[in-house]
Design a protein around this ligand. Sequence first.
Ligand code: GLV
Ligand code: MN
Ligand code: MN
Ligand code: MN
Length: 398
Amino acid sequence: MSFEEMWAELLPIGRDAAGGYHRFAWTPPELECRAWFLDEAARRDLEIERDANGNLYAWWLPADGSREDAVLTGSHLDSVPGGGAFDGPLGVVSAFAAIDLLRERGYVPARPIGVAAFAEEEGARFGVACLGSRLLAGAIAPERARGLRDGDGRSFAEVLVAHGMDPDRIGPDEGLLARIGCYVELHVEQGRALQQPVGVASSIVPHGRWRLDFTGEGNHAGTTLIRDRRDPMLPFAITVLAARQAADRNAALATIGKVAVTPNGVNAIPSRVTAWLDSRGPIDDAVRRTVEEIGRAARAAAGAHGVAVELAEESYTEVVSFDTGLRERLLKVLPDAPVLPTGAGHDAGILAARVPTAMLFVRNPTGVSHAPAEHAEPDDCLAGVEALAAVLDDLARG
Ligand code: GLV
Ligand code: MN
Ligand code: MN
Ligand code: MN
């Protein structure tokens, strides 16, 4: 299966009429992507491993059968709602294609080479991004993960059971981590920064997610006088504007891209509005200050409208600087590759706390991501495969 054939197989899975992808962890389209992964692994005679956290691995073992000091690559197969085709799958497809290229060239690795597909990277179903790699690396408490709920109220623990997994076994896997010598994730670039086909990542900016619950009083839209209302939609709206202003003041970013209105009726004053805030920026303090200022604005607006508000942190990841030694090694193999930071989160950012980690980016000519216009030209994808193959070749020599 060539890169193009693998890509063509994945392309229709979970795609809507507007070209956006809906591959949420353990829903039918994502399960289809997992089945595809297992087929590709089997087709290549790679050893399949499923960890207790829902992550999948396909291993090309060296001639001596050793499983230690592995060079792991890969990415994720899940998507945001209405996401692009490349975010995640490009890293997985490129990993299989790079293995094919190395084999065609007669390469024999001295270290295991693995392809990973990490579970729930986007956090689109259970709210916490990189859930599979966080659990593996011990970056989230298993008790907390078990209790996370999806939009239909199903807990992560229930979903694991429904798919034959044991929620009591989730959590850090020191044995597996000890076998990973390094992790190199290839990913589509998600902004406009990369002007060459392939780049190397320096760091991931601090980023996090917060939840805002505005609770007022549900009532009739036609019979409730304005002065009698406790409408949570108003402080919510004021908070959206305040978020933009706070981000501007602090040279950070703030996005409210998801909101749930209860009961969500056209002729009902809502009883509750829940909004999710994503804030990021190059400086940790600036992100913290942005969120504090948004919280203050939300409380003031809620007070003025007789509404209660709660602000809770759902996840926070401090700046991630990728391993400099590994990056230097990548740059020896790819001397022309520019080095760039990113504002997007990745499993690589989580694994970086436990194993030497690096990332390769493939140019995105639209500069759009988490939306159908996300793109990478076929020639750039192939340049990415070549670059990844060269990196694996170098690293797995021993
Ligand atoms: C994940 O892709 C993120 O950066 O939110
Ligand atoms: Mn993403
Ligand atoms: Mn991604
Ligand atoms: Mn991501």
